[in-house]
Design a protein around this ligand. Sequence first.
Ligand code: UDP
Length: 322
Amino acid sequence: MILIVGGAGYIGSHTLKHLLDQGYECIVVDNLVYGHKDAIDDRAVFIQADLMDKESLSSIFESFCIKAVIHFAAFAYVGESVTNPQKYYQNNVCGTLNLLDIMLENNVKKIVFSSTCATYGEPQYTPIDEKHIQNPINPYGHSKLMIEQIFADYNKAYGLQYIALRYFNAAGANKNGLIGESHTPETHLIPLVLKAIKGDISIIKVFGTDYETPDGTCIRDYVHVDDLAIAHRIAMEKLDSYSGYINLGTGIGNSVKEIIRAAEIVSGKTCPVEYTTRRAGDPARLFADNSKAKDILEWRPEYIEIRDIIQTAWDWENNRKY
Ligand code: UDP
């Protein structure tokens, strides 16, 4: 069985569905603090537990024959991580250490981990490859980088087989209409743009129009959540032959204005926009060099066109299940 920790979250639930579709048997562990019970596919076993609760974790590993772990469980609000770093280091770092303790006790030595391009910090160049210096600028990014370091050390000392996947901006929703992106509070650009178009919020604030980019707004690499799901499955299957870290992005950058325009085309409606000042800590451009994912995982994103990605998010936004 495959254990998916944080399988009720956005990327976790899409990976879960993909693994089940591919014939894997899966158990989901999630504390449901930010995850949604309705996001968990009925075909999976679900156990509500927190990574701080080692007893529950232990009993799960004793009750099921776990072959590999895919670990998504983390707090991921950058701003909150600055004001409450304790929460981020406790949950993200200590939670992962607990999980690793129980894995090693039970001789489970395979893990795929959701890392982030936030571990790179302010980009020195783009596209960003894996050799780019890692110098996070907030506690969220630091917590993920610490975990990557722990994996590297556990790999040498205990033979832990790991792949840390450094995602760029996850976006979109599964085509079945049953799962999608749902955060409370929502802070991400694409869902907020779609909510503004629908009238669920009054306006989308564009954070900064004076960046050194062609249209003055920030450029990001939006990668479809189902492409991320596929990459997790392939990474899990590669653990016998590779341990390390791999970027996951399309390699294509889209500006905030391009996202708004694409959302207007997809929806056929106008998006109410307010141009405001920059948000602290936002680099002008972030997009991936994804050659390592292509080489090692033989992964290629199926969604390349931003309109196709936004179309799936728009379909979900209009018929959300949670
Ligand atoms: N952004 C924006 N208005 C918003 C939310 C985001 O202009 O209400 C911009 C943000 O400055 C960044 C891009 O959209 O350049 C993507 O932000 P998001 O929070 O979705 O992801 P991040 O890149 O911060 O992980």
